[in-house]
Design a protein around this ligand. Structure first.
Ligand code: PHE
Length: 445
């Protein structure tokens, strides 16, 4: 079918969506902040029991309805009540995430270019280079954001098959190759075993409710849940394709890549005797200093590393805008071009606001209630809208959809027992877990 994925195409595109900055940038630094092993274990449990369950939930709705997110909710519901269209609000989180994601990808692009020149040789210089980029260099940030936004728009304009599937077919194998190369290099370092130990030897004293929350949030973000991305991609999956198997493969690939990225980065850090708990600056400040100490080889590694991040990020970025495009195309009869211009402009402008809000010149006018616009967009999506969307999806499937329908779809691919476990998780366990953590995060309990 013209606008459908092939089976492999779907797996690649969904894996492309899942594998992103969340795996290579965020997972290592959050793991570092929470002390390693125990956090990794909690994260793996969160992926297995909660992430994968919600992933399957989005996939089953999408594949069953084969429509945009709003229409999919209506079509899948027992009542076919038109008000389910309001559930379609979740697609806008994708646009908001995309706006600051594009800015961060822009910084990474900047690091690809800097890697060709001289890298900073100590952490003070590296810190101030990063600081200067985000707080003073408005022109460069706008240029990089424009290049990234332009590429995303260019890809999605071509559609599912010729745009999204094709770019994933090219970039995902390249990403895999670069990461394998970096992993082999880290095998040769003495610090590899220290990194292994750090990531797999649990220190339970570091685990508190914040760590649980971070693990759950990370599981959702890394699997691209709560913005309708997986629902929208699954809507372009042929009706008889085995969505359960594909979903499991995607979750495994995503997890394997996060762990690989962690092992690579911690081996590098420990080899140089650097701290693992540097936070978001880990890849922007700590790594360049290490690469600079390795001479030309360090430069090659630096370029490969940041290029890998750009590839991973671009394939995620296209999946953040697609739910909105499909929404406008199917519900408002927009052409793909018109939908892309509209949604592209929205995220591009929001991105500019996000980046300006971190600069010295505009910080004051773009800070509201103590948070700048960038942090607000991050907070509103990952702490509010995405968990809400996940709760909504679970409650919807557990209470407003015919169980027989779900059983029929699932048991075409898996046993009744597997379906029953999934249904129990979706109906009771996952919503309770998310609601508890959500209220805790907002400081209510
Ligand atoms: N999963 C992507 C990452 O790990 C981020 C993402 C979130 C992509 C939401 C699509 C939708 O970087």
């Amino acid at each position: 079918m013209k606008n459908h994925f092939s089976r492999v195409g779907f797996i690649l595109a969904a894996a492309g969506s899942a594998v992103g900055l969340g795996n290579i940038w965020k997972f290592p630094y959050v793991t570092g902040e929470y002390g390693g092993g125990a956090f990794v274990l909690v994260y793996l449990l969160a992926i297995l029991f909660i992430g994968l369950t919600v992933f399957l939930a989005e996939a089953v709705i999408g594949q069953n309805a084969q429509s945009d997110v709003a229409t999919s909710f209506i079509k899948t519901s027992k009542s076919k009540n038109q008000n389910w269209k309001f559930a379609g609000f979740i697609i806008f989180s994708g646009l908001i995430v995309l706006s600051f994601y594009s800015v961060v990808l822009g910084w990474i692009l900047n690091y690809v270019f800097t890697s060709f020149g001289t890298l900073p040789s100590d952490s003070k210089a590296a810190g101030s280079a990063f600081e200067t980029l985000i707080s003073k260099d408005i022109a460069s940030q706008i240029i990089y954001h424009t290049v990234i936004a332009g590429s995303v728009i260019f890809i999605v304009l071509k559609g599912i098959k010729r745009g999204i599937e094709k770019i994933n077919l090219i970039l995902m194998p390249l990403l895999g190759l670069i990461l394998l190369g970096l992993l082999f290099y880290s095998f040769t370092l003495d610090s590899f075993s220290t990194a292994l130990n750090f990531m797999f030897y649990p220190d339970w004293s570091k685990i508190d409710s914040n760590a649980l929350l971070a693990a759950l949030g990370q599981a959702f973000f890394t699997l691209s849940l709560g913005v309708g991305a997986i629902m929208t991609y699954s809507a372009s999956l042929p009706k008889n394709a085995n969505f359960v198997k594909s979903s499991i493969i995607v979750a495994i690939v995503d997890t394997a890549i996060a762990i690989t990225a962690g092992l690579i980065i911690f081996s590098f850090l420990f080899e140089a005797g650097a701290q693992s708990s540097a936070g978001p600056g880990l890849v922007f400040i700590s790594l360049p200093v290490i690469f600079s100490g390795w001479g030309v080889l360090g430069q090659v590694i630096s370029i490969s590393f940041f290029v890998a991040l750009v590839f991973a990020g671009i394939t995620s970025a296209v999946s953040m805008i697609e739910p909105s495009l499909k929404f406008f195309i199917e519900r408002f009869n927009f052409t793909r071009k018109k939908a892309t211009i509209l949604c592209g402009s929205i995220f591009y402008i929001l991105g500019i606001i996000a980046l300006l809000s971190m600069t010295i010149a505009f910080k004051d006018s773009l800070t509201f209630f103590g948070k700048n616009a960038f942090d607000w967009m991050d907070f509103m999506t990952s702490s509010v809208m995405m968990p809400l969307a996940a709760i909504l999806t679970c409650v919807f499937l557990g209470y407003f959809v015919d169980k027989e329908l779900l059983r029929r779809i699932f048991t075409a691919h898996v046993s009744l027992t597997v379906f029953n476990i999934w249904y129990f998780l979706i109906k009771f366990i996952v919503p309770i877990a998310i609601i508890t953590l959500f209220l805790n995060k907002l400081g209510i309990i």
